[in-house]
Design a protein around this ligand. Sequence first.
Ligand SMILES: Cc1cc2nc3c(=O)[nH]c(=O)nc-3n(C[C@H](O)[C@H](O)[C@H](O)COP(=O)(O)OP(=O)(O)OC[C@H]3O[C@@H](n4cnc5c(N)ncnc54)[C@H](O)[C@@H]3O)c2cc1C
Length: 368
Amino acid sequence: MITEDHYEEVDLRTEAVGVYTFVESFKGEIAQVSFEILAIARKLADQLNTFVTAIHMGENKKQLEEDSKLLWAYGADKVIIVHDERLDHYYTLPYTRAIYEIIIKLKPEIFLFGATTTGRDLAPRVAARCSVGLSADCTGFAIDDYYDEKNLKLYKKVANFIRPSFAEAKLATIIGNPKLWKYPQMGTVRPSTFTPMPSDLSRKGTTEFFKIDFSPYEFIVKVHESVKETQDIVDFDRAKIIVSGGNGAGREAFKLLKELVNAINANGQHCELGASRSAVEAGWVGRQHQVGQTGRTVRPEYYIAVGISGAIQHFEGIKNSKRIIAINNDPNAPIFTYADVGIVDDYKNIIPILLEKVKEGYIFPDVK
Ligand SMILES: Cc1cc2nc3c(=O)[nH]c(=O)nc-3n(C[C@H](O)[C@H](O)[C@H](O)COP(=O)(O)OP(=O)(O)OC[C@H]3O[C@@H](n4cnc5c(N)ncnc54)[C@H](O)[C@@H]3O)c2cc1C
């Protein structure tokens, strides 16, 4: 068909339909990122007028069935369960095989994974088996028409995968190469970038089992134990307040910042210590505290940046914070261009006062 604009409309979907997500869990608990992905999947599916399917795998049949209700509540229309008693941990081979089989049989249009350790292991393998591209570590999604101006072709309603590139200075929109285009369009989603939909337990969907006859070879690797690192875990996902230090703070300041973090926690408000890459590289705090492009993406109610200039790579990790409060003695520091509250002063004049107030029982307002 030639459109008014002389573009030939091409649809390579053939039978591909539906937005699919991979549900990640650890010891029976669904990972937060899986709920975040469902929210994106829901949005894309609504724009495409299609459905959301969540793939949930594991060894505990009852638990998997019970989880379906939670997945419906967060946006799934359908849950596909792959159950096998040997799936007591995440295993690369059977997980890859199962997702591949589901894709071949059910032909999704879009497939999303978390850009987590598991997702980064699984998604490229599935993509390679399906001979499709993979857009990694995405921070934005859209459905849009694509005009191939060179060949005068119009591809309607294709998924746009958006991710930072060029050291996070630019945003790239990736659709894949139309000449090689095959469905599903596949991507991984950067954790903590999206907000899950509010849970609606009255939402109902369907659940079905997908049987795979795994071969013993696929369980050639046996995981005996998985442990979550508990030492000095930084729970940025649940923190309501993050106090972060940078190069301008210095080693001594981190002691003060830790004291402030502890005092806020003592008042019953969950607070964590963050840091810029410079502070981590200087050895003042562990790498698990780093916020930013090569660190963690955070979205607290309050992000208090102390002696941080606000480089684009740092901004990338904090831009979803509800309120950014910057303390910096340079009025021209870039962080003041996006901070909600800017205090131009030496942190030594500010943090001790804030610490005293918190110790007297000051509670940060409007923290949900
Ligand atoms: C590929 C790539 C990835 C990167 N990833 C990250 C990342 O994940 N996270 C990250 O943070 N950075 C990252 N960076 C580094 C980033 O570009 C910056 O170099 C870094 O964020 C700077 O850290 P800073 O703000 O602590 O230090 P600086 O830029 O040195 O800023 C220190 C600030 O402290 C202020 N200051 C000094 N003394 C005081 C005082 N007494 N009181 C108050 N303020 C004071 C100064 O005015 C200054 O603005 C990355 C860079 C690249 C190229």
